[in-house]
Design a protein around this ligand. Structure first.
Ligand SMILES: *[C@@H]1O[C@H](CO)[C@@H](O)[C@H](O)[C@H]1NC(C)=O
Ligand SMILES: *[C@@H]1O[C@H](CO)[C@@H](O)[C@H](O)[C@H]1NC(C)=O
Length: 351
């Protein structure tokens, strides 16, 4: 069994032409090797979630990345979606791993299978070299992780029959039914829906050099560009593919390498292409910034208003702060979704 799998794996690997785009999906095997060799990969099995009686069979597609650094966050995010969904069996997760992660795509996928035995999902391997040459340094090293840019390649990663997807960062938890987010309408042929923040100072997302350049700064034309966060997006993939948005974003990344026009990582190119023309979703769907700022990671409080999704964007991550016994107050809202085993739970597995 093992030998067969490895053979298939190698075969797929070798049969890819070198110029192949960036994606390789691979077979998912459900071997239950417990306990995992490494405490890091030890998660408790989530409860099984069942559809309510009113559910139709409409699939909700959700894309999320999976890597060793944010694994615990991704698993908590998936768990939170399932726990609050009225039709959890209708969710389908597209899990994007990185080729050169210290934990292999296969180990990550197996961890997901063991943690959520009945989850519908497909795993993909994002080939980092696709974006390596396009990534410029930014204010925080974590923002340079190639997997941050996977959201730009969803048009190629996902099957063409996936026409809409919700993209979620790996540091979010939902506390509401994902169906509500899924069913929003993207009016006026808009490609992306996300909460929009028109009171945020948009100027600061780009450098003085950008604003001083008469050609560049005209990119927003007569639009009123507002900040939005790319960690939670409803994306119309048919329009995305049709409009060649991957290329448009890459063009800005190429320019950034020649002349510094922004300081953050994957976000500003999205602002350059979409700001002023996104479907504004209720702010409840991205209570962001809970990780604090990009430098110190200080504690933050919630923005006023109702909450459907909490987002620990910024430097501090709740699982790190909880493990270090210095949590922020809101980190306790993340904790109930954490399935990672404590050291003592893990040690008792052996017996
Ligand atoms: C959804 O359910 C209907 C009725 O049960 C069935 O005819 C249809 O094929 C199903 N669609 C999918 C995509 O499973
Ligand atoms: C917005 O940010 C820019 C650049 O940091 C600053 O020069 C400007 O004064 C700010 N505007 C407001 C209204 O705060």
């Amino acid at each position: 069994m093992m030998v067969t799998f490895v053979t298939i794996f190698i075969f797929i690997f070798l049969s890819l032409p070198l110029t192949c785009f960036c994606i390789r999906s691979f077979p998912i095997i459900g071997d239950q090797t417990y306990p995992p060799e490494d405490h890091f990969l030890a998660f408790s099995e989530s409860p099984e979630y069942r559809n309510g009686a009113q559910c139709t069979n409409k699939t909700i597609h959700i894309a999320i990345t999976l890597d060793s650094e944010y694994l615990r966050g991704s698993i908590a995010g998936i768990n939170s979606v399932l726990r609050h969904a009225s039709c959890p069996e209708n969710t389908f997760f597209h899990l994007i791993t990185a080729e050169f992660d210290s934990t292999t795509p296969r180990e990550l996928t197996r961890t997901i299978r063991n943690t959520f035995p009945s989850l519908s999902f497909k795993a993909y391997v994002f080939r980092e070299h696709t974006v390596m040459n396009l990534i410029s340094s930014s204010v925080r090293v974590a923002l340079e992780n190639p997997l941050n840019y996977a959201r730009n390649y969803l048009g190629e990663i996902l099957d063409p029959d996936v026409e809409r997807v919700i993209y979620l960062d790996s540091d979010v938890v939902l506390v509401d039914d994902v169906q509500k987010l899924w069913s929003i309408e993207l009016r006026n042929n808009r490609v992306i829906g996300a909460p929009e923040y028109c009171h945020a100072n948009f100027t600061k997302y780009f450098t003085d050099r950008f604003w001083a350049d008469p050609v560049l700064s005209r990119v927003f034309g007569s639009k009123n560009p507002c900040y939005f966060n790319t960690g939670v997006m409803v994306m119309d993939m048919a329009r995305w593919r049709g409009g060649n948005y991957r290329r448009r974003i890459e063009n800005w990344m190429e320019l950034q390498r020649k002349q510094r026009i922004y300081e953050l990582g994957s976000l500003p190119p999205f602002l350059l292409v979409f700001a002023g023309n996104i479907e504004p979703i209720d702010h409840r769907w991205n209570q962001h910034g809970l990780g604090g700022d990009n430098v110190k990671g200080s504690c933050r409080s919630l923005h006023p208003g109702p909450v459907s999704l909490l987002h620990w964007s910024g430097k501090g991550k709740p699982w790190v702060r909880l493990d270090e016994h210095r949590p922020c107050p809101l980190d306790y809202l993340w904790q109930p979704y954490d399935l990672h085993m404590s050291k003592s739970q893990y040690q008792s597995l052996d017996s």
